[in-house]
Write a protein that binds this ligand. Sequence first.
Ligand code: BES
Ligand code: ZN
Length: 464
Amino acid sequence: MEIQKYTQNEYIEKNKERFLEELFSILKIPSISTDSRYKKDVVKCASELANLLEKSGIEKVTIHTTKGNPIITGEKIMGTNCPTVLVYGHYDVQPPDPLDLWNNPPFEPTITDEKIYCRGACDDKGQMYMHIKAVETLVNTNICKCNVKFLLEGEEEIGSKSLEDFLETHKKYLQADAIIISDTALINKETPSITVGLRGLCYMEIEVTGPNKDLHSGVYGGAVENPINVLCSLMHKIKNEKGEITVPHFYDTVDSLSSEERKKLNEQPFDLDTYKRSLSLEEVFGEEGFNTIERTSIRPTFDINGIFGGYTGEGAKTVLPSKATAKISMRLVPHQNPEEIEKLVKNYIEKICPKTVKLKFTTHHGGNPVVTSTNSDAYHAASKAFLEAWGKEPIPAREGGSIPIVSLFQKKLQTEPLLMGFGLNEDAIHSPNESYGLFNYFKGIETIILFYKYYSTIKRVHKL
Ligand code: BES
Ligand code: ZN
C-alpha cells in the first residue's frame, strides 16, 4: 500500500489544474437530453465520464445501456465494516438557447472572474465531478473509510425514466446507508445550507385546434374561432387576481406548515431588494399571503414555459392560425401527486374550453415533491463537514427546483437522500451564461471529503 504523502488539501492543491481540465473535457460535450439530435453526444459524454471514473481509481466502472440514455455505475469498496455511500449525479444538460445571449460559446468552458462559464458547469457536471475528485483524493491519501458507489445518469433533465426502471432491476447493488447528491444550491456564498425539500413537477403540452388550415384573418376573422385567442383566455383563467390557481381541488392535498415551521423557513437570510435588483425587477409577484421564500419552496405554481402558433416571423402576416400550443409546468409541493394534478388540470381546461375548438393534451415527464430528514447520520455528518470547511453550521433550506429520482430513492430503495449542493442562484442554471465558481468547486470537494471523514464514524452499517 502506498504511504500517505499528502494531506487532502495538499493533494487537491497539487492536482487543481487537472481537476479542472478533466471537468472541461466533459463540459465540452453537448449532452443535451431534451433534444434527440444530441443523442450521440450524450453517449459520448457517458463514455468520456466512464473513462475519467476509471482513471480516478473507481473500480468496476460499467456503462449500462438503457431504453434511453446510458447509466454509469462504479465503486470503491474499502471494507465490509465501512458504511456505504451511493453518489448520484447527472451528466445530461438543458439546451443552451437562446444562443445569442451567451458571451462565449455554450460548450466551450471559459474561466472569467474566477467562474467557469459553460452549459452544465453547475447543473450538474461541475457538481457531479466534485464527487469523483473527492473520492480520488480520499483513495490517494489513504484515508477512505467509506465504501462509495456511483450512479450517474443522462436523463435527469427529462424525468429520469430509465433510472426509475434501473432502480427496480438493480435494487441490491444500489443498497447503501446514505445517498448523497450535489445538484442543488447554497443560500449564498457566505451561508452554507443543506437542501431538505424539493418541489415536484407536472409538465404537459396543450394543443388547441380551430379550423383545418391557416386562414386569411380578414376573410374569416370574426366568424371562425382563433385558437391562439382561446389558448390565451384558457391560460388566463388558471390563476385569479390573488395569484391562486383556480383549478378545483388543486390545493386539496397541499401541506400547510405550522407557524413554527414557517418561522424557521423564514430564518434564512434573504434580502428582497437584492433579489429584485439581481433580476432588474421593480416588483415581485406571487400568491397573496406568502412571501418570496415561501412562494419558491412550499407553494405550488402554474407557469407557461412556451406558447406558440400562428405567424412569428418578421413583418405583419395576416393569418388566423389553425393551431396554438402551450407548454405548461406546475411545481408541486408535498403531498401533491403529479398524475392527480394532471387529471384535475385536464378536466378543468376541458370544462372551460369553448366548443369552437378541439383540445389535445400531451404529458411530459414529472416527479414527486420531497422532504428529506434533518436527523439522518448523513445530515449530521454533512453538518459537521460544513462547519469545519466553511466555519458555519449549514441551514436546512427548501428549494423550488425538482430532481425527480429523489422521491424514488426514498420509496424504492428506502434510503434517505442527502442534498448537499454547492451551486448559487447567480450560477444561472438553465439560462444563458451558466457558471460555477472555482471557489465552490474546490470548497465543495473539500467539504465532501470531510463528509466522508465524519460519516465513516457512524455505527449503523449496511452489510455489503
Ligand atoms: N439541479 C436541478 C434542480 C434544482 C435546481 C434543484 C435548483 C434545486 C435548485 C435539476 O437538474 C433540474 O433542473 N431539474 C429539472 C427537473 C425536470 C426537468 C424534471 C427542473 O427542476 O426543472
Ligand atoms: Zn437542471
